[in-house]
Design a protein around this ligand. Structure first.
Ligand SMILES: Cc1cc2nc3c(=O)[nH]c(=O)nc-3n(C[C@H](O)[C@H](O)[C@H](O)COP(=O)(O)OP(=O)(O)OC[C@H]3O[C@@H](n4cnc5c(N)ncnc54)[C@H](O)[C@@H]3O)c2cc1C
Length: 468
């Protein structure tokens, strides 16, 4: 059998094949929990090279791990065996010309989300996917995890924003599904199936994405809420009152704000009052005639009269709006810099958020008294990043990570929610999925995997159990 490393070097040339110490930047996941040195990192320059790499790996029986920006939080984009090859899409960064009349664009899978935002700006169009890692996350990875982010309640998750896909299948053939229409019911919804498949069914190489007009005006407010129940009630009021303008509805807690201010000295909190819970509300409109500031201000007044809102400020400039967003977006970084943490990516029906947070706190304090609970996330779609830091003065969780994860997953499931809202399963949550999703669901997923990838070479050990 040919040496797979030699075959891949031959296909890709020196620019496209990294081995040994050169693979170091690709080895570990963002949370530094997973990853070993792989056989090498393939950096193909186009779809044909991806296909050739996949064929060569399949011939040699070598496992393939697709990697985008490596910001995934479940360890799905790094190798867990030294014989695996990471296929990094970072050289495939072409952005096509937007179709202004249809509101769509063709991009390669290695395009960084923030670069796409920048490229669209001069055209008055936007791609409405926003998340804290947008400076690194790439289109292929966002599709791989079916990312959600802060605008998902309004524009949907990645699966709602992908019109067409090109995918290199596990045998090296190429599926050309680069259609550019929303309506396409000619069979199973393959494009949606690849969204959230975490690199286990093929490698996304190009995508046609749906675009929206950039709003002509925005109004944003940072609010101090009296408690989580108040945030939920105010969110419901806003949906009823001005739902068509709502573009962001994000929450974070004082635990998270304290950590972010402690570890990120350039971060500024400009309100006079502190509280337990903060809400970031954003409204946007394509028309300059809609009095957004007034609508938001009168909602705020109503919230204060009802005792839901304790304090608040409307952003008076783009810079202040950006500051408000940074307070929310730096929540993961503040907690990461504090040290050991446990992340739980929960979703519940939005109306149940406060109940989940209250019941979750009881559970966590029973397991390890004093555990610092830092819930933040997306109020509009019920997605709570229910993250924990050890009690003050402790560096770890006393070996109780599994107990927290199990109990919180069970609570979310009981409330009609999910223990894996937007980050996927990766390597981190397969066992939990086995326990929380019934045998029928797991069996269906295993059969799908087998139908696409009978040899099991695509990202083994991620999303579904694998024989490799
Ligand atoms: C600070 C921070 C904030 C975040 N906020 C959010 C948030 O609000 N919402 C959210 O949903 N996520 C969030 N995330 C998680 C992460 O950014 C997303 O999961 C993102 O989609 C990962 O993109 P990536 O390019 O980094 O993918 P990677 O981490 O490289 O890969 C993720 C998965 O996709 C697969 N994959 C990568 N490229 C391809 C491809 N071309 N074809 C097929 N499969 C592929 C990988 O094998 C892996 O299984 C956050 C992460 C951080 C660090």
């Amino acid at each position: 059998m040919t040496d797979p490393a030699a075959a891949l070097r031959e296909i890709l040339g020196p620019k496209g094949w990294l081995s040994g110490d050169d693979t170091q930047p690709f080895q570990r996941d963002w949370l530094n929990r997973y990853g070993v040195q792989p056989l090498g990192v393939a950096r193909p320059a186009n779809t044909a090279e991806v296909a050739a790499v996949v064929k060569a790996c399949r011939q040699a029986g070598v496992a393939i791990v697709p990697q985008g920006g490596n910001t995934g939080l479940c360890g799905g984009a790094v190798a867990d065996q030294a014989s695996a090859v990471i296929v990094a899409l970072s050289r495939m960064t072409a952005i096509g010309k937007p179709d202004l009349d249809s509101g769509s664009i063709l991009v390669e899978a290695g395009v960084v989300l923030a670069s796409l935002h920048e490229a669209l700006e001069p055209h008055g169009l936007m791609f409405p996917m926003h998340l804290g890692a947008e400076g690194s996350a790439r289109i292929g990875g966002l599709i791989g995890t079916n990312a959600g982010g802060s605008h998902a309640f309004r524009f949907g998750m990645m699966q709602d924003l992908v019109l067409g896909l090109e995918v290199v299948m596990p045998d090296g053939t190429v599926w050309d599904g680069l259609r550019a229409v929303q309506k396409d019911n000619a069979g199973y919804q393959l494009r949606k199936l690849f969204c959230g498949s975490e690199g286990t069914l093929g490698i996304v190489t190009r995508a046609v994405l749906r675009l929206y007009p950039t709003p002509k005006q925005q109004a944003s407010a940072l609010l101090v809420m009296s408690d989580f129940a108040a945030a939920v009630s105010f969110g419901a009021f806003l949906r009823g009152e001005a739902g068509e303008f709502l573009a962001g509805l994000e929450f974070f807690s004082d635990v998270g704000l304290t950590l972010a201010l402690k570890h990120l000295p350039d971060l500024a909190y400009q309100l006079e009052t502190r509280g337990d819970v903060y809400l970031l509300v954003e409204m946007a409109s394509g028309s300059t005639r809609v009095p957004l500031d007034e609508i938001l201000a009168s909602a705020l007044e109503w919230g204060m009269e009802q005792g839901l809102v304790v304090d608040g400020a409307l952003a008076n400039s783009g810079a202040q709006r950006a500051q408000f967003w940074r307070l929310r977006e730096e929540q993961p970084e503040g907690q990461r810099l504090e040290g050991e943490q446990l992340k739980h990516d929960i979703s519940v029906p939005p109306g149940a958020i406060a109940r989940f947070i209250e019941a979750g706190a009881r559970i966590c304090h029973d397991i390890l008294p004093g555990t610092r609970i830092n819930p933040f996330g997306h109020l509009g779609d019920g997605n709570i990043h229910y993250n924990l830091s050890p009690p003050e003065g402790r560096a770890d969780f006393d070996g109780k990570a599994g107990a927290f994860a199990e109990a919180l997953a069970a609570l979310a499931t009981d409330m009609g929610g999910s223990f894996a809202a937007e980050h996927g399963l990766g390597r981190a949550k397969i066992a939990m999925a086995d326990r929380n999703r019934g045998p029928v669901e797991r069996e269906l997923m295993a059969r799908l995997k087998d139908a696409f990838d009978p040899k099991g070479t695509m990202n083994p050990g991620v999303l579904v159990r694998s024989p490799l």
